[in-house]
Design a binder for this molecule. Structure first.
Ligand code: ZN
Length: 179
């Protein structure tokens, strides 16, 4: 593929060296498949194409513009590998926070009713983490941690309800016996 810098006419004939319209020397245009691997900055195609647009008429600057456009479809596949570990770490930390809060609930939580605050948060965080894992399993991990957080948080609340029921029955039994 060759291009005339004067009239921007493109020629597919490789044997042509001059423009058929104005006789200007044609410029070699590289195939669209070659440039993407060399350009390792797909996340910023808008800024690249915008900055190159004014210099579109210059022969040297013409080749970059098509690159970002062509690089866009290929960029997700080349750009995706790095983010998953990063986002996975974030989401795993959220699930881990759920588990930590759940464990705090069933251990330190018995002191001063501290668990009344941490247990619901542990369950909420665990559920939120599980929802994200379910919606995007390839990106989010820490399912076991999230389930652990919900389980420990739930355990605390279950024990708390059990205690309330026992106290309630004791009060009820005391009330009945006093009649
Ligand atoms: Zn021409």
């Amino acid at each position: 593929m060759k291009r005339c810098p004067t009239c921007n006419q493109q020629f597919t004939d490789e044997w042509l060296t001059f423009c058929t319209h104005d006789g200007t020397s044609l410029i070699e245009i590289r195939g669209p498949v070659e440039p993407p691997p060399t350009f390792a900055y797909p996340p910023i195609p808008p800024t690249v194409s915008r900055s190159e647009e004014p210099t579109l008429d210059f022969p040297d600057a013409y080749t970059p513009p098509p690159v970002p456009v062509i690089a866009q479809p290929t960029s997700p596949s080349g750009w995706q590998p790095p983010p998953p570990p990063f986002i996975a770490a974030q989401q795993q930390s959220m699930a881990a926070a759920s588990l930590v809060l759940g464990i705090i609930s069933v251990t330190l939580g018995w002191c001063c009713s501290f668990g009344l605050l941490t247990a619901p948060v542990a369950i909420a965080l665990g559920i939120a983490a599980l929802v994200q894992i379910k919606n995007n399993p390839s990106r989010y991990t820490g399912k076991g941690l999230a389930i652990g957080g919900i389980a420990t948080g739930g355990l605390y609340i279950a024990f708390l309800l059990l205690l309330i029921v026992i106290y309630g029955m004791a009060i009820l039994a005391g009330g009945l016996s006093s009649l």
